[in-house]
Ligand binder design. Structure first.
Ligand SMILES: [Zn+2]
Length: 89
């Protein structure tokens, strides 16, 4: 699944991110952002030796977009491994 983006990049599914379910009510992690989070990714904390889900709102997906329920895409270089594979992880 990859769609062309101008500038030699393509959209691929980002499997590190997932949408929050309706019962997961979290605030966006971005400091000072008042929005509710819509998606999260697993981030390893070396200090606590454990991974935690970091959740962000639709305005703070760092270039990602939600194209349909459950599918978050990110643009990657057309020549990258992720583009060849069809997804980022
Ligand atoms: Zn936010």
């Amino acid at each position: 699944m990859s769609e062309e983006v101008p500038g030699g990049r393509v959209w691929v599914e980002d499997r590190a991110w997932r949408l929050l379910s309706e019962c997961e009510v979290k605030k966006c992690r971005q400091p000072q952002c008042p929005n509710h989070a819509v998606a999260s990714f697993l981030r390893y904390s070396p200090g606590r030796k454990k991974s935690f889900r970091w959740a962000y709102c639709a305005d703070h997906l760092y270039g990602r977009k939600i194209i349909e329920p459950g599918v978050i895409v990110v643009s990657v270089d057309r020549e990258s491994e992720a583009a060849e594979r069809g997804y980022a992880q």
